[in-house]
Design a protein around this ligand. Structure first.
Ligand SMILES: Nc1nc2c(c(=O)[nH]1)N[C@H]1C(S)=C(S)[C@@H](COP(=O)(O)OP(=O)(O)OC[C@H]3O[C@@H](n4cnc5c(=O)[nH]c(N)nc54)[C@H](O)[C@@H]3O)O[C@H]1N2
Ligand SMILES: Nc1nc2c(c(=O)[nH]1)N[C@H]1C(S)=C(S)[C@@H](COP(=O)(O)OP(=O)(O)OC[C@H]3O[C@@H](n4cnc5c(=O)[nH]c(N)nc54)[C@H](O)[C@@H]3O)O[C@H]1N2
Ligand SMILES: [Mo]
Length: 804
């Protein structure tokens, strides 16, 4: 096999295996076993040890998977199964060679799945697709920067360009990138956070004055009660399970609120403990509330109402009066409003029984220290912002913000999405930041707010944004309304993607397109002044350095800071007082500016070099200081709303399988939900299957039910009878993005409503899954088992060789 033969075959889903049963527990032996095996197979023992054992260590690199924090005392194996997958995917020394581009046109590559694309190996040379051509071709770095710089300089207005960021980018790269965009003259800085925790940022900013978690790492173990809402930690934040276990071991309780009985929320077998490996593990959830999609706002209001009722029965003993008086406003209004919320409505919205809600309220009242954590099940809802404000209400009533063992804990997704925001990746940074930036670099930053992710797609669609530059990510697959997004991309003059691996956003292009390949976080970054490190901030505001530990897969790669510096030199050289050449040579210079511009990062170079880094100041957490107009935390009144569905429809959520990282598909298994060798499935409650006249195992077309005249349909998805809440279905992201209209967004945050899609089903006449006309799913009859590619030998090739 030559290096250019496809490294994996597309997976034909006809062999899909479905168990119809969620697993009762997460992690344990398969966790450890599954972690190491592919890594060793595909990187070899040496590279595996150089990466996996350095992961999340104080002298190592930050795991590029999720934003879960690290404990003060690190274990030898400070990683999880999915972190190991992420590292293997990045660090496996398989590369795309020059002739790949001549062999494959973008039209042809568009027929490929994200799985196949990602498995072709690392991108190692800049490539350019000229206007009117269908192939990329390798170009020199200088040529690449010149092409982009000239294009940007030719635009009528800086706002004709948008600069997208995905949350794996380091603080240093993020700071330079926003400086480049603003120096160029635009605040058009959409990012993945717009599709992720934007609702959390909005709700928390307005109520407690900061859009970040008010807990530290140690608070989880210290809590009396942790309520986990709309989150699947077993797959998406596996190391969090260790902390949930620690909470239980010190006598705490866990409540899980979810339409799905997710494995990690039930039982955890800790692979680093004897009882986890050999025994039954730890039971996680003391109470499981199987809520309807979008019902959380009603549930939270009902619990807060019960807090007020308990206070009325025993005045002076239930609410935290001292805290409320000194630090909060809006108590009376909230009480008055909640008294109007009736149980019948709550039952209808949540699908829960009154006794279950009473039980949750009793647990809340019995606990002195409560943490509420949440993720995409809460943020990607039409009422996501209001729901998070209700989380804050409930916490404030009993003083659960700003004391040990308690707090609000949005759990971030991308490993540095929080740091990127701190560094200025936001289309509407506060004036204080803009002033400091302008002063530091001696220029007038643009004053008008820029566009977010949804708005940038609209502007691309309408011909207003003509150039899209993306620092990582896969916007075309990640954003809603795939058909609209693809047309929007194709309507631009130029798309520029700074990436480590091939994905769909490289193939749905503007008239001209470039791919600029960069080093990954696992890789050693040598510059003129020596080896460089970067820094990141995790979900509890801990900022620490990250040192690459393996040789880059190619000498030709540039680091993200180097690429941005050179783009800036090609575009705005001399326009602002910035030493772009120096930044690339020595990242300390970047950090010196960060220290002067970013609040909380004073003495950044010193603080970041402390063992383990430092924790960003956080008013609510540290001193119950609230940066709101009145200086008080605001209890808010939010009119109860929930989604009702027309007859014959279900509400569909789109979520992650156990074998994917956002739009990156590692494989086709979803171990904890009992799915093997396939992704085109829709999970439906057995009673709904009967009611809708469907059958388990049958193929259906899923239609979006929106009356905007657009047909949105996913073909030939297999019905899987599954114990999800009644009225609620689930399918995988990113495939399901085809069904989400661009204008369906959370109120306030503009986040696509990826967890609240109204759909109906029709018996499918299609035999193969097909998203819509422009996506053909390749069928390979001799599909090989899933796995990571090696340089030249796949398991099937090995077998072939053995037989010959
Ligand atoms: N291995 C791996 N790790 C990851 C990622 C990955 O793709 N793979 N992605 C990263 C990123 S960017 C993010 S943002 C996080 C995402 O982490 P999660 O938010 O855990 O991701 P999802 O798979 O979208 O799961 C959403 C969960 O919310 C539940 N849910 C959906 N709707 C509702 C609702 O209305 N109410 C309630 N109470 N629950 C609901 C779903 O059943 C599901 O359990 O993970 C990060 N970590
Ligand atoms: N329907 C639906 N849509 C969703 C969601 C959902 O739950 N449902 N979730 C949303 C969420 S929470 C998020 S965060 C977004 C994610 O949106 P994005 O962040 O845009 O998407 P990713 O899939 O994380 O991006 C993966 C790509 O990043 C590149 N990459 C990886 N590492 C690096 C690196 O170190 N440097 C650079 N430059 N590039 C790198 C690789 O080329 C890879 O293909 O999707 C959102 N979309
Ligand atoms: Mo995310």
């Amino acid at each position: 096999m030559t290096r250019n033969e496809p490294r994996v075959k597309e997976v034909d889903e006809k062999d899909i295996e479905v168990s119809n049963k969620p697993k009762e527990w997460a992690a344990g032996i398969p966790g450890v076993y599954n972690s190491m095996k592919p890594a060793i197979e595909h990187m070899g023992v040496k590279r595996t040890l150089q990466t996996v054992l350095k992961m999340n260590h104080k002298d190592g690199f930050d795991c590029p998977s999720c934003a879960w924090p690290d404990p003060a005392k690190r274990k030898t194996f400070e990683f999880c199964e999915n972190g190991a997958k992420a590292v293997t995917w990045e660090a496996a020394p398989v590369t795309i060679s020059s002739d790949f581009w001549a062999e494959h046109s973008t039209t042809e590559l568009r027929e490929r799945s994200e799985y196949w694309l990602g498995m072709q190996g690392r991108l190692v040379e800049p490539v350019y697709k000229p206007a009117g051509e269908d192939h990329y071709r390798p170009v020199s770095w200088d040529e690449a920067f010149e092409i982009v710089g000239n294009k940007l300089k030719s635009l009528d207005s800086p706002d004709d360009a948008a600069f997208y960021t995905s949350g794996r980018t380091s603080n240093e790269a993020a700071f330079l990138y926003q400086l480049f965009a603003r120096g160029f003259g635009t605040n058009n800085l959409p990012d993945c956070s717009n599709m992720c925790h934007e609702s959390s940022g909005w709700a928390m900013g307005q109520t407690i004055g900061i859009g970040k978690a008010t807990v530290t790492f140690d608070d989880y173990a210290d809590a009396d009660l942790i309520i986990v809402m709309g989150q699947n930690p077993g797959t998406n934040h596996p190391r969090m399970l260790t902390e949930l276990e620690a909470c239980k071991e010190t006598g705490g309780q866990i409540v899980a609120v979810n339409p799905l009985p997710e494995a990690g929320l039930k039982r955890y077998k800790n692979p680093q403990k004897v009882k986890g490996v050999a025994g039954k593990g730890t039971e996680i959830a003391d109470q499981f509330l199987q809520i309807r999609l979008g019902g959380d706002m009603a549930l939270l209001q009902a619990v807060s109402k019960r807090v007020f009722e308990a206070e009325a029965k025993n005045p002076g003993t239930v609410l935290d009066h001292a805290f409320l008086e000194e630090h909060c406003e809006g108590l009376d209004e909230l009480r008055d409003y909640l008294m109007t919320v009736d149980d019948a409505t709550v039952v209808e919205a949540t699908g829960l029984k009154i006794e279950q809600i009473d039980e949750l309220a009793a647990r809340y009242l019995a606990a002195d220290k409560v943490i509420i954590t949440w993720a995409m099940g809460i943020t990607q809802q039409k009422k996501g912002v209001a729901t998070i404000k209700e989380i804050i209400n409930l916490l404030l009533l009993r003083g659960n913000i700003g004391k040990p063992g308690a707090g609000a804990s949005p759990i971030r997704g991308h490993s540095n999405v929080q740091g990127d925001r701190t560094m200025g990746i936001w289309e509407q940074m506060p004036q204080s930041f803009m002033d400091a930036l302008g002063k530091e670099f001696n220029f007038e930053p643009p004053q008008e707010h820029g566009v977010d992710a949804v708005e940038s797609i609209r502007r691309m669609r309408d011909g207003q944004v003509k150039v899209l530059v993306a620092l990582g990510g896969n916007l075309v697959s990640a954003i809603s309304d795939t058909q609209v997004a693809e047309k929007a991309f194709q309507n631009t003059d130029m798309t520029v993607q700074i990436s480590i691996k091939l994905n769909r956003s490289h193939l749905i292009t503007g008239e001209e397109a470039l791919i600029l390949p960069c080093k990954g976080r696992t890789e050693i970054d040598r510059q003129a002044t020596g080896e460089q490190f970067v820094s990141v901030e995790d979900t509890v505001c801990a900022v620490h350095p990250s040192w690459g530990s393996v040789e880059p897969v190619s000498d030709n790669l540039l680091s993200e800071p180097a690429i941005i510096s050179r783009l800036a030199r090609a575009t705005i050289d001399g326009r602002i007082d910035a030493d772009w050449e120096g930044f690339e040579k020595d990242y300390d210079l970047i950090r010196e500016h960060i220290a002067k511009v970013v609040e909380g990062c004073e003495d950044y170079n010193q603080k970041i070099r402390r063992k383990g880094g430092f924790i960003m100041a956080n008013g609510p957490r540290d001193s119950r200081t609230f940066n709101t107009p009145t200086g008080k935390a605001v209890l808010t009144v939010n009119d109860l709303e929930y989604l009702t569905r027309p007859e014959g429809t279900l509400i569909l959520q789109s979520l992650r399988s156990h074998d994917q990282w956002n739009t990156t598909i590692y494989g086709h298994n979803d171990r904890y939900r009992g799915i093997k060798k396939g992704r085109h499935v829709v999970f439906i409650n057995p009673e709904d299957i009967t009611d809708l006249g469907l059958e388990d195992g049958q193929n259906v077309d899923i239609h979006g039910v929106y009356d905007d005249g657009v047909q949105r349909v996913l073909r030939a998805f297999r019905v899987v009878s599954y114990p999800t809440a009644r009225g609620c279905a689930a399918a995988y992201y990113p495939e399901a993005n085809v069904l989400v209209p661009l204008d369906e967004v959370a109120e306030g945050s503009n986040t696509p409503t990826s967890k609240q899609i109204i759909v109906r089903f029709e018996k499918s006449t299609h035999t193969a899954p097909e998203a819509y006309d422009s996506v053909a799913t390749v069928q390979a009859s001799d599909a090989e088992p899933d796995g990571f590619p090696t340089n030249g030998t796949t398991p099937a090739k090995k077998a072939e060789a053995a037989n010959a």
